[in-house]
Design a protein. Structure first.
Length: 232
């Protein structure tokens, strides 16, 4: 395994996301038929904040929903793809539709709301299959615990593959906390909203998740040196 510097943990996590399998189909929100967006309006949408677009979407503006899907569809697909790849596209669409059909007040940001809904969709997926019973189990059960068949290596790079295996062995909420912090660069307040914690609780969750990930990496790496885990 290549030796990484003390400040390369965030880079290692970023590499893991970059090399993860991408969804084969692009999510397109099913909001009804809309005509081509005029260039001037399209420019305005590119400049609009997520919050402005979300408000417009909830009021029936399908083009605003399409813009949000363009911004976050790939991120959501990857969020689900490294946990439940066989239903990633379906859960991505369910998450977007839940945003529109049950509008909620934005506490911190649209993406915090979106990934909070995504986490709930993941929980419902496993509950529907009798694999989880209650939200509290997401702090105890890992994706690896729920898998019934060996997973295919997701990268040729040995270090990146090792990290994905270690992440999959974490309790789901620990895995999600690290992904949101290092891949999505979310604040403690945003992570807190998604996981239903206080900001202090979210910081503690990330800290403990990093420590647990290091243990998993060391166990899987059979004593090989691991990178230091520092904040990005």
């Amino acid at each position: 395994m290549r030796r990484r510097g003390a400040n390369d943990f965030a880079s290692l996590l970023s590499d893991a996301e970059r090399l993860a399998p991408r969804p084969t189909a692009r999510f397109v929100p099913q909001l009804g038929t809309v005509g081509p967006t005029p260039p001037k309006l399209r420019t305005g949408m590119l400049e609009a904040s997520d919050e402005v677009l979300y408000t417009a979407w909830c009021q029936g503006d399908a083009s605003a929903g399409n813009e949000l899907a363009t911004r976050y569809g790939g991120q959501l697909a990857r969020f689900f793809g490294n946990k439940v790849p066989d239903v990633a596209e379906d859960l991505t669409q369910r998450t977007f539709l839940a945003c529109m059909t049950a509008p909620q007040e934005l506490r911190h940001s649209f993406r915090a709301l979106l990934f909070g809904i995504a986490r709930k969709q993941l929980l419902r997926h496993f509950e529907g299959r009798g694999m989880l019973r209650g939200e509290e189990m997401m702090s105890e059960i890992s994706i690896a615990d729920l898998r019934t068949t060996p997973t295919q290596r997701i990268a040729q790079d040995e270090e990146t593959d090792l990290l994905h295996r270690a992440l999959a062995a974490l309790p789901m909420d620990a895995q999600i906390a690290l992904e949101l912090r290092y891949w999505r660069k979310m604040s403690a307040e945003e992570i807190a909203e998604i996981l239903g914690l206080s900001a202090a609780g979210a910081r503690t969750r990330v800290h403990r998740a990093r420590a647990l990930l290091r243990e998993r990496l060391e166990a899987l790496g059979q004593g090989r040196p691991m990178p230091e885990m520092v904040e990005p």
